[in-house]
Design a protein. Structure first.
Length: 219
């Protein structure tokens, strides 16, 4: 399985002499190792993935691996950060282009982009949403921090500033994570996309009820 990743990289470096600097070679190796980690875990899970599995997929030497990472977990966390940044940048691009329309329309565009981003990189999506829980407390803490960033971005996109509305955004993000995770876990991208319409309809109801009021009441 080949995973679409945050940053496409050459499958291997050019043979013989090349003009790449040491830092560029390390970047290529890092990206390939992170992509290989996501690919391996999509098939075997975090526990079932070994450093050797990652090396075979990335076609990078063990020496190069340990020159960049101290352990499998260290490589996992780098891949997790890439997945989070990949998601954040896609949502940021959507937010910057979604200047028109009402809050419901902006949410629909952003949420649709979120689902398509996950579907476009199933290995990274599984790493980000599923295998993070097998990787231990630090990975789970990092996942929680990223969810908070996404919730704040949602609040900004929809123009909500009141405490109740911002908390509602956190609930929406947490609920969405729970709803999409089973589909990502089994690689069912149709089921992943099917989460979209009911969530969008529910957020419209929240907006209509005033729970997600873009304009907090005067005090």
């Amino acid at each position: 399985m080949q995973t679409s990743g945050p940053r496409p990289t050459p499958r291997r470096l050019p043979r013989g002499r090349h003009a790449l600097s040491r830092s560029e070679v390390e970047r290529v190796h890092r990206d390939r190792l992170c992509g290989a980690m996501a690919d391996a875990m999509a098939e075997n899970g975090y526990v079932g993935t070994s450093v050797e599995d990652v090396l075979k997929r990335a076609r990078v030497s063990r020496q190069s691996f340990y020159g960049l990472f101290s352990s499998k977990l260290d490589c996992f966390m780098a891949a997790f950060d890439q997945a989070g940044e990949f998601l954040r940048l896609h949502l940021q691009d959507t937010a910057e282009s979604a200047t028109g329309g009402d809050p419901a329309e902006r949410f629909e565009r952003a949420f649709t982009a979120y689902l398509e981003t996950l579907a476009s990189a199933p290995g990274y999506a599984r790493l980000f949403l599923v295998e993070v829980y097998a990787a231990g407390p630090e990975a789970i803490r990092r996942r929680s921090e990223m969810q908070q960033v996404i919730a704040e971005g949602l609040a900004g996109l929809m123009g909500v500033t009141g405490q109740t509305a911002r908390f509602a955004c956190q609930i929406v993000v947490s609920a969405v994570s729970t709803m999409v995770t089973p589909a990502v876990a089994v690689g069912d991208m149709d089921a992943l996309r099917a989460v979209g319409p009911p969530v969008i309809d529910h957020v419209r109801l929240l907006l209509a009820s005033g729970v997600l009021n873009p304009h907090p009441p005067a005090t």
